[in-house]
Design a protein around this ligand. Structure first.
Ligand SMILES: Nc1ncnc2c1ncn2[C@@H]1O[C@H](COP(=O)(O)OP(=O)(O)O)[C@@H](O)[C@H]1O
Ligand SMILES: [Mg+2]
Length: 361
């Protein structure tokens, strides 16, 4: 078993589970620091494979391949957090895993995540455990208004969730999940959405980026804007929420806390992403140390970088066939394309960040 009492020096290898655009941008940031990467993905055509030193293409529960991968790395991290618990434990027996199994287990499951957040004294939408049709009906009655039913695990970009306005709809939606455990949440009539992307170092140091305001279309992030309309007291409050969560999870690395900003100004925690996050992509251009570099620094045990923002920024995702306009887009901002062979409906193909001079430090 390798241990990490000292930072991984330049030339060391960071293992990344998941080879999508997040893994790709992590590998590029690692390269800037003189580090090597080894990427593990369950399909051979991963965007991150184009920019890494080594790669493994094998199922996420192939224990033999995971062991070989662990042996090739000085530390392992994730861009894809839904590895089965036994696979994470298997990795952790061989190599330091950051963030750790405990943080992943809590954030993989919406019920344990929301329970954890509530125990910290933070606000969330009201939520109820739903593991049967009968429970779906009862939960809706307790909620007493419209809600959203979500599978507890594996949801992303609005997949595995449905809005419900009656007990019958709640039952029908639960049944469409084919037995997967779910939660029913109260529908939050928020003013807008925001997020805090933050990092915790192996030594407990904490650094948070400025929280952007986030707009979704068809359940997919369309745009993140900094500065957001949050007041400076709300910005401080949002960063404190992230700090409390990071500490309680004994977290190492970058994570994101998605927030609903209520009409009364209250900040409700929606979900925690135990990884770099789409709403932090603007940090590549607008901060001295991007979320990707920050994550590599934390995982490698390096000092955290400065999260200060030196520009205002708007980041927009390039989704599906929008990528065909790459030439026109390239004239208007900092263009990032993920090297995906095919543009499918709803697939994130790239993003573009446009900077303006700093207005609100
Ligand atoms: N309780 C809620 N009330 C109102 N809108 C919600 C609620 N939960 C989710 N949403 C909307 O759906 C989006 C996706 O939900 P989320 O729980 O973040 O799942 P995902 O894992 O797909 O990102 C949120 O960003 C928000 O716009
Ligand atoms: Mg979300």
């Amino acid at each position: 078993m390798k241990t990490l009492n000292t930072p991984i020096p330049p030339g060391g290898t960071i293992g990344i589970i998941g080879g999508g655009q997040l893994g790709r941008m992590l590998a590029m940031a690692a390269a800037r620091l003189g580090m090597k990467t080894c990427i593990y993905n369950d399909a051979p055509d991963a965007p991150a494979f184009q920019v890494t030193d080594r790669s493994f293409a094998a199922p996420y529960d192939d224990l033999e391949k995971l062991a070989a991968f662990a042996d090739a790395c000085d530390a392992v991290t994730f861009e894809f957090e839904n590895l089965p618990a036994h696979a994470i434990a298997h990795l952790a027996d061989r190599v330091p895993v950051r963030p750790g199994a405990h943080a992943l287990a809590i954030t993989q499951d919406r019920l344990s995540e929301k329970t954890f957040v509530e125990r910290l004294g933070l606000k969330t939408a009201p939520f109820f455990d739903v593991t049967s049709a009968g429970q779906a009906r009862e939960a809706f009655a307790k909620l007493g208004g419209r809600g959203i039913i979500k599978t507890r695990r594996f949801g992303y970009d609005g997949k595995g969730q449905a809005k419900v306005a009656s007990a019958d709809e709640a039952v029908k939606a639960f049944e469409s999940f084919k037995g997967a455990p779910a939660i029913l949440e109260g529908f939050v009539d928020f003013e807008y959405e925001a997020s805090v992307v933050a990092a915790r170092g192996a030594d407990g140091a904490f650094a948070a980026y400025d929280p952007p305001a986030n707009e979704h279309e068809n359940h997919i992030l369309r745009r993140s804007t900094v500065p957001s309309p949050l007041s400076s007291a709300q910005v401080t409050g949002a960063k404190e929420i992230a700090q409390a969560i990071g500490k309680a999870l004994d977290y190492v690395g970058v994570f994101a806390v998605e927030l609903f900003v209520g009409k009364d100004g209250a900040l409700l925690v929606n979900e925690i992403a135990p990884r770099v996050h789409n709403t932090g992509h603007w940090t590549i251009e607008a901060c001295a140390c991007s979320q990707f570099e920050q994550h590599i620094r934390a995982v490698a045990g390096w000092p955290l970088g400065d999260p200060a923002r030196h520009a205002d920024a708007v980041m927009e995702n390039i989704i599906g066939a929008e990528v065909d306009a790459w030439e026109a887009l390239a004239k208007t901002g900092a263009l990032h394309l993920y090297g995906k062979a095919e543009s499918r409906l709803g697939r994130k193909m790239g993003h573009i960040t446009r900077l303006k001079p700093l207005t609100k430090p």
